[in-house]
Design a protein around this ligand. Sequence first.
Ligand code: NAD
Length: 270
Amino acid sequence: MADDTKGFIRKAAQSLVEARYAVALTGAGISTESGISDFRGPSGLWTRHPEADRAAYLYYETFLKNPKSYWTETLSSARGPGLGNLWEAQPNPGHLALAELEKMSLLKCVITQNIDALHEKAGSQRVLAYHGNFMKLRCISCGARYWREEFDLEQLQQEDKLPPRCRRCRGILKSDTVSFGEPIPGDVAAQSLAEAQVCDLMLICGTSAVVYPFASLPAVARERTGVVIIEVNAEPTPLTRDGISDYLIQGKTGEILPAILAEVRRLQTH
Ligand code: NAD
């Protein structure tokens, strides 16, 4: 590891120990070491399959026009190349390091763009899933969420009873995963904004920071003086270039985050 990387790791650990209210923001990059493709990294899904980008934008349109077709498509493999096996994926050392920092009361929450539920699997307790959780369904009328396994979707398909309906208000259910073009659910958007407005440290991990409104959260934190914003990413992002982050620790989240945790532990025992 380069000397300047080691220096930034020490600096980040010191800031975490001193922070009053630290939060983490994460993106697809933190899960690539768990075998889940990101979109825009060098081996990302859209880098390899540009047509998947366009298809993703049509998906929500299909839902609005015809929820039954959306569900039929979702239950078949007609959606084209996917992110990998989300059900089988396991958290990697990056997810585990964030969960441990929360357990040590040094991190208040993780706000993630990821839909893969790996922060929860790693043991993080306060996870705001900004773009939803693939294991859940959400009512588009009242916002109620259900575990996917509470519904036998294949059975509903066989009985020609798709789309599934909300048990509270009979509204139509879609996957909790927020599609391109779909508004961010109000509850998680408001909670995430409140975290960005209150934090004094933001640790941003594995995101290209180009998907809005998520990518505006660091700028919200930047508005206040004294807030420390650290990026851990494989490459520079608009946050790096526009000076929204104080510095970038360039490398893999699965290596840098455990190194920050180790340094935090060292500081706490000295
Ligand atoms: P992105 O694909 O746009 O960017 C990922 C960033 O992480 C890139 O800058 C890449 O260089 C970097 N990166 C890749 N592997 C890394 C590693 N091991 N360590 C450090 N950095 C690494 O991802 P995004 O910014 O999260 O935006 C993509 C959108 O697509 C999100 O809104 C998300 O909802 C969705 N998505 C989710 C998943 C998932 O749930 N795991 C996967 C793909 C896409």
